[in-house]
Design a protein around this ligand. Structure first.
Ligand code: ADP
Length: 431
């Protein structure tokens, strides 16, 4: 039954429903018909008795009894005069004698005397009706089976066919054909399902494209420093007397570049697979940010960059300091990488109620509106050209997003092309 196709399942259910209806009809129309008829006759006699009881002293009682006899076919006679009417003898076609109901009831009259009346009714045999009904029911059963089959075919055509089509499409999607289009029509649910699958196909193809691009970038980023490191190391090995500090500096720089690249890739996969757990402590956020700013500030000071930190008072938050620092570090580094000719990055700490908002502001190239919704995606890079000095994996903001989400915080960006960007995140503070 579990593996039955939808079409057959609908058919079985419909047929079962029809058969149940017919069974109920059969029971009531054939088996119970005589019983029910007898029962209604009894009720009618009881009603007649009650009516006579009320009208026993009425001078028009005779007329009332006459009316009962005419309309309800119930004979009412004084008991001493009562003789049941003669029944026709059983013949060839009527094998059964009709059943009768006789009930004697005593009534007390106004003058105190007692009047005994006999109520008599016939229960006409319903055999003929039953056999007519049986033929009718056989026909109805046939019609219902045919109707159930037609209905099952129509319903399954409307429901199972689009599902089968969507299923076929989904299979090709699973095999990697992201061009597949789903056109589920007919039901809201099916339309929604195909919309969802169409969106999923678009998203999957986007991720696939980004993954390919990342692989190309990463292999490029790995190969170049590795080649540099190898050739300089080889040179130092072959001509140890000619080693200059610049050469070893190049090896160190390239190694650092490789390390940060590998770390980014590891961080994002750890965060996304959920293997990274938060290690929350109550710590001084302001001091922690200041430390990061100072560390990076002193590294980039020589190149003319200036990092400012604006805040009112020191605040504490309950969070994972290492992770928040990592997220902030990514924003700060992006700010420096994309800052304008003023080479200034401003960090603001704004406290409102029990929410702290950290802003990283630069006055650089900004981000176009068409790119804004995607910059938080994994592997997304605005500038597809692979410029060496601005080396990025497209993972930095995705790491920020994941870290802030893990802390139930909010994040966002306001940016204007040519004017600069303000990246921000908000977290709840410890009161
Ligand atoms: P990447 O490693 O490429 O910097 P990110 O996820 O950190 O990756 O950033 C995604 C993209 O968003 C970057 O390619 C960059 O073009 C853009 N971006 C990030 N920060 C800024 C900024 N402060 N100003 C302008 N563009 C930015």
């Amino acid at each position: 039954m579990d593996k039955l196709k939808l079409q057959w399942r609908i058919f079985v259910f419909l047929l079962g429903f029809c058969l149940l209806l017919i069974l109920i009809l059969w029971m009531f129309q054939t088996t119970f018909l005589s019983d029910m008829y007898r029962f209604t006759r009894k009720i009618e006699i009881d009603k007649a008795i009650r009516l006579v009881e009320q009208e026993i002293n009425n001078p028009t009682l005779k007329d009332i009894l006459h009316e009962i006899e005419l309309t309800k076919e119930i004979m009412v006679r004084p008991t001493q005069d009562f003789a049941p009417p003669v029944q026709p003898a059983p013949g060839r076609f009527n094998h059964r004698q009709p059943e009768t109901i006789t009930q004697v009831q005593e009534f007390v009259l106004q003058d105190g005397s007692v009047l005994s009346l006999t109520f008599y009714a016939m229960v006409t045999p319903v055999d003929a009706t039953v056999s007519t009904l049986k033929i009718q029911l056989i026909i109805i059963t046939g019609i219902m089976v045919i109707l159930a089959t037609i209905l099952a075919a129509i319903i399954s055509k409307h429901i199972s066919r689009p599902i089968e089509q969507i299923n076929k499409g989904a299979k090709t999607l699973a095999m990697g054909n992201y061009e597949v289009k789903f056109h589920g029509k007919g039901f809201l649910e099916i339309e929604e399902l195909s919309d969802t699958l169409n969106t999923a196909a678009v998203e999957l193809s986007k991720v696939e494209g980004q993954r390919r691009e990342l692989m190309a970038n990463i292999s490029h980023d790995l190969r170049t420093p590795l080649a540099l490191i190898y050739s300089y190391a080889e040179m130092m090995h072959d001509f140890p007397q000619e080693v200059t500090p610049e050469q070893s500096q190049i090896i160190m720089d390239e190694t650092k570049r490789l390390t940060s690249l590998v770390n980014d890739v590891l961080d994002i996969s750890n965060i996304e697979t959920g293997t990274e757990k938060l290690n929350k402590t109550n710590y001084n956020l302001t001091a922690s940010l200041q430390k990061t700013i100072n560390r990076i500030g002193s590294l980039v000071k020589n190149e003319g960059y200036q990092l400012d930190f604006v805040y009112d008072k020191e605040i504490y938050i309950l969070a994972d300091e290492v992770k928040i620092t990592q997220g902030f570090y990514n924003l700060l580094l992006n700010g420096i990488t994309h800052c304008g000719s003023d080479k200034l990055v401003v960090v603001k700490q704004i406290l409102k109620d029990n929410i702290v908002r950290i802003e990283v502001i630069d006055h650089g190239e900004g981000i176009s509106e068409s790119n804004l919704p995607y910059i938080w995606d994994r592997y997304y890079k605005v500038d597809k050209k692979h410029k060496r000095p601005i080396m990025g994996t497209g993972l930095g903001l995705s790491i920020v997003k994941n870290i802030i989400e893990m802390h139930d915080g909010e994040y966002g960006v306001e940016s204007q092309l040519g004017k600069g960007s303000t990246f921000w995140f908000r977290l709840e503070i410890v009161k």
